[in-house]
Design a binder for this molecule. Structure first.
Ligand code: HEC
Length: 503
């Protein structure tokens, strides 16, 4: 079934034309620029309450009791999988009265592994204070989401510790509804005991009545307190006996969270299952159209490959069938034995070229070239928040480009006893880490050990965060740090926090 075209040997058959088209398509694949498309995606900041009551086990996962925190981590990891590519997810933990940004909103598909690891590592031990002032924490989270132009997902059981003063809580000073998002109410509706842990993080039982204040100690005495036996206006419980209450037990405080949602213009939903959470979430936040650049070169490349398969696979087979070949082994031998004619030779050369082009087109992987490593280091140091701690801020709380990593001006709690200023990590040999090698820095990030053998305190989140970096990422960050201009800046010494009170 050979088509016979007029004389000229090279233009004689279909095979030649098919091969030529394949080569042309490969050429097109190389030349075709990527196109811009519009897609829906999300830009989110998830803030997770990690205070003590989040350890309450009033959920069930795979048939076993699960803590609120475990349930939320699972929800976040599922959400990470469910978000369309180009969406960005940032993560902050909340304890005491402010959110702490672990990383800024980051594209979810390219960075899936890193994000998933960060979520898996979330732990209540990251909490720097036992208090949880939900209202203040929420207001600050709204402001943070606004700064990051992100929508907010705030996950909390709503339990204020200490309880809000009877005079009322703090007030929202932002513009309600400016930041969109969802408050996720976490926890069961029935009161459950809250697990208690010792200083080493071992569970030692549950909180009991009298362990936790039932009243706010900083508020004026509530009306009627004078009637209490042994009334003393100076201190809660404003009387001789502890006021009755059930703050040692915990259930989701829905009325409080709903009030907060109303005040801030966010939506509220209770977390029952991942499905209902995702539905509520999609109703509360805005899908944003994003322009994405999509490579389309694979289309002509694939067509080209298909033509080659037809030319050198399907056509010869048809040929053989038309010739009524007795058996395929015999045919194969003949094909091998047959000397190709000139135009077939040429066709094969074109085919080889086309395949080479198609193959050259296929792998677009990133190799570790130094400038790429540097860019990656800069990027990683941004999303992991090194600069947030290790840089000073302006009055309005902004970072300044040429003062990054020169040492922070906010001391970070290291356990209960001290606060440590994040040191200068630019390559200045005296006040920074100029004497450290790249592998010294990698070791500090991954193992928390300085070159002189000193173990870094928990103020530097190496256990919970930087030790999770893989070798390549830690190296990229180290290379980036070595590349910064050295700045002379000595941070103040650590501060002891627990002073004995003056008599
Ligand atoms: C929560 C704030 C915080 C974050 C985030 C943070 N650090 Fe630190 N870092 C500190 C503090 C505080 C210290 C001092 C700890 C000590 O001396 O015990 C420190 C110490 C270090 C040191 C040792 C410096 C020295 O002179 O001893 C290096 C290096 C370092 N950090 C690098 C990084 C890098 C890189 C990142 C990002 C991946 C990062 N840090 C993220 C707070 C932070």
């Amino acid at each position: 079934m050979r088509l016979s075209l007029p004389a000229l040997p090279a233009f004689r058959d279909l095979r030649f034309w098919l091969t030529l088209s394949a080569a042309a398509l490969s050429g097109l694949a190389l030349a075709l620029p990527p196109v811009q498309l519009q897609r829906q995606s999300f830009n989110l900041l998830a803030v997770l309450d990690i205070t003590g009551s989040m350890n309450t086990r009033d959920y069930r996962m795979n048939g076993r009791p699960a803590s609120r925190l475990a349930m939320m981590k699972d929800g976040l990891r599922q959400m990470l999988t469910a978000l369309p590519c180009q969406s960005r997810l940032g993560l902050a933990i909340f304890t005491e009265r402010r959110p702490f940004l672990l990383f800024e909103p980051t594209e979810v598909c390219d960075n899936f592994e890193a994000l998933d690891r960060e979520i898996a590592a979330l732990d209540w031990r990251m909490a720097w204070e036992g208090d949880s002032r939900i209202a203040s924490g929420l207001y600050r989270s709204v402001a943070l989401a606004n700064d990051l132009s992100a929508d907010l997902v705030f996950m909390s059981d709503g339990q204020e510790a200490p309880p809000l003063a009877w005079t009322g809580g703090p007030h929202f000073e932002g513009e309600p509804g400016l930041v969109k998002g969802l408050i996720v109410g976490v926890g069961g509706y029935d009161l459950s005991p809250i697990p208690k842990f010792d200083a080493f993080g071992h569970e030692t039982g549950f909180w009991h009545p009298g362990d936790v204040p039932n009243e706010n100690v900083n508020a004026p005495p509530p009306p009627g307190a004078e009637e209490r036996e042994g009334f003393n206006p100076r201190n809660a419980p404003f009387g001789g006996t502890a006021s009755a209450g059930h703050e040692y037990l915990s259930a989701v405080d829905e009325p409080h969270l709903k009030d907060l949602a109303m005040e801030t213009g966010l939506r509220y939903a209770h977390f029952d299952s991942f499905q209902n959470f995702m539905e509520a979430f999609k109703g509360a936040v805005a899908a944003r159209p994003t322009r994405v650049t999509v490579g389309v070169a694979w289309i002509p490349a694939a067509l080209s490959l298909a033509l080659l398969v037809i030319t050198y696979g399907a056509l010869p087979a048809l040929d053989r069938r038309a010739a009524g070949a007795p058996n395929w082994r015999h045919k194969l031998w003949r094909a091998w034995d047959k000397r190709p004619s000139l135009h077939e030779h040429r066709g094969r050369l074109v085919a080889v070229a086309a395949i080479a082009i198609a193959i050259a087109l296929a792998p677009r992987s990133a190799h570790a070239d130094p400038s790429e490593q540097l860019a990656r280091g800069a990027y990683l140091s941004r999303i992991t928040g090194c600069a947030n701690c290790h840089s000073p801020r302006t009055e309005s709380g902004d970072l300044v480009a040429d003062r990054l990593m020169i040492g922070g001006d906010h001391p970070i709690p290291a356990g209960a006893l001290a606060r440590v200023y994040p040191p200068n990590i630019t390559p200045d040999p005296q006040t920074g880490i100029g004497k450290w090698s790249v592998s010294d820095i990698v070791k500090a990030l991954k193992e928390g050990v300085a070159p002189d053998g000193r173990i870094l305190s928990s103020a530097m989140p190496w256990r919970t965060q930087s030790s999770l970096l893989n070798e390549a990422d830690a190296t990229a960050i180290a290379i980036y740090l070595k590349f910064l201009s050295p700045v002379v800046n000595r941070v103040p010494p650590a501060i002891r926090t627990k002073e004995t009170p003056a008599p």
